[in-house]
Design a protein around this ligand. Structure first.
Ligand code: FMN
Length: 401
């Protein structure tokens, strides 16, 4: 009899989830109908598009997205200059209630944002929790548009403001409180500590990375161009996963607070990496915009298969398992050296990329002789550049003889 598949059930602080996958706040959660569609497909939870007080006017621009793609139209990075929810509070009150009633076994998180006045945060928090939200996520991290108005990352970049807003909502919140962090700070720990100090039950990281996607060299218009002009936006998608992983692991190593990992997750492997880096659950936005909410099936199957193959009893057994291997540079071994080696010479097309890279960016250890790549091990410094530029995977790094 094969062993039963490991359970994907997990807990993040006081919240119990059927699986670790939640929709992040954004276009996939812009309406109750979209959230319920995702729940039908198997998502364990969702964070609403950020709800703001009716007094805060929200007018989006068009277009508001720009992309960076690889040669096959696969998404590498995504920029948005979209604002928060355009729906009124009353819309969300009825949609939260309707979604709760139809899907009592899922976790519905209300994302909220208000002016720096703590009373405004408290009123909005009461409104969404009275409507039935299972948890509240404080958006103190939107990097575009809203900071110009003193909210979003304008709050989240200052520990004192984060503590004040979190503490104010904590005073009225009966449901778990999540604070969503901005990566657009020099040091994440003072911000994370301030949120925990203010009463956050869970931290979610990251919101988008502030960026400028590009400039059209014919017109000199920034991308995205709104009638010829642009602004700084929020970067998301695969390109930001390394930033998210860095921040989640940095917090996990220092603070005993439950974490939700966000940023560039589009495959089960990305989710597994975030969990190994300390996250209890994860959120996805851009990948759902790009490929649809149906990706949940592959994510659940893939993660379950991985846990089973690696003999992890469940998500909790994987959580934080990579952390003991992440530390200071000084602590890294200087004793073990690897050297470039042509492990699979039959795959080599003699394209010469490794030769050029090692000549101009390495140590002159790789050359071409009679149409064949030759590695002079005594010159190799073990940097690994040649193994990365090789398009055929011919070169691998191996311990020296
Ligand atoms: C178009 C768009 C709109 C977004 N709107 C919100 C929002 O209203 N509130 C919020 O907290 N995050 C918002 N986000 C940020 C996402 O929730 C998420 O933190 C970020 O995109 C990184 O995750 P990803 O790489 O999976 O997209 C938005 C992201 C995108 C791409």
């Amino acid at each position: 009899m094969p062993a039963p598949a490991p359970s994907l059930e997990t807990t993040v602080g006081p919240l119990a989830l059927k699986n670790p996958f939640l929709l992040a706040s954004g276009p996939p959660t812009t309406s109750g109908e979209r959230i319920r569609h995702a729940f039908r497909l198997g998502w364990a939870g969702a964070v609403t598009k950020t709800i703001v007080p009716d007094t805060m006017e929200i007018r989006d621009v068009s277009p508001r997205f720009a992309t960076w793609k690889d040669g096959n139209s696969g998404l590498l990075g995504f920029e948005n200059i979209e604002l928060v929810s355009k729906h009124e509070e009353s819309y969300w009150v009825s949609e939260i209630a309707a979604t709760r009633e139809e899907y009592p076994d899922r976790i519905l998180v209300a994302s909220i944002m208000a002016s720096p006045d703590p009373r405004e945060w408290q009123e909005l928090a009461c409104t969404v929790q009275d409507a039935g939200a299972d948890a509240i996520e404080l958006n103190v991290s939107c990097p575009h548009g809203m900071p110009e108005r003193g909210v979003g990352a304008a709050i989240g970049q200052h520990p004192d403001l984060v503590r004040e807003v979190t503490r104010a909502v904590r005073q009225v919140a009966r449901v778990p409180l999540i604070v969503k962090l901005t990566p657009n700070v020099t040091e994440i720990l003072p911000i994370a500590e301030a949120a925990v100090d203010g009463g956050a039950d869970i931290l979610a990281a990251i919101n988008t990375v502030q960026c400028l996607m590009g400039i059209d060299l014919e017109t000199l218009e920034p991308r995205p161009s709104v009638a010829g002009f642009g602004t700084y936006g929020g970067y998301s998608g695969p390109a930001i996963k390394p930033v998210g992983l860095r921040i989640v692991s940095q917090i996990a190593r220092e603070l005993p607070v439950p974490l939700i990992g966000i940023g560039g997750i589009s495959r089960w492997q990305d989710a597994a990496e975030y969990i190994a880096a300390g996250a209890s659950a994860i959120q996805v936005c851009t990948a759902v915009m790009w490929e649809g909410a149906g990706i949940i099936r592959g994510m659940n199957e893939g993660l379950s298969g991985y846990l089973s193959r690696k003999h992890f009893t469940g998500v909790g057994a994987l959580r934080g398992r990579a952390l003991e291997r992440i530390g200071t540079h000084a602590a890294l071994s200087r004793d073990r050296r690897l050297f470039a080696s042509r492990r699979f010479p039959e795959r080599c097309t003699s394209c010469g990329r490794c030769v050029t890279a090692c000549r101009d960016g390495g140590y002159h250890a790789v050359s071409m002789a009679g149409g064949e790549v030759v590695i002079a091990t005594e010159r190799c410094d073990g940097c690994s550049l040649c193994s990365h530029v090789c398009p055929e995977g011919v070169i691998v790094m191996l311990p020296g003889a």
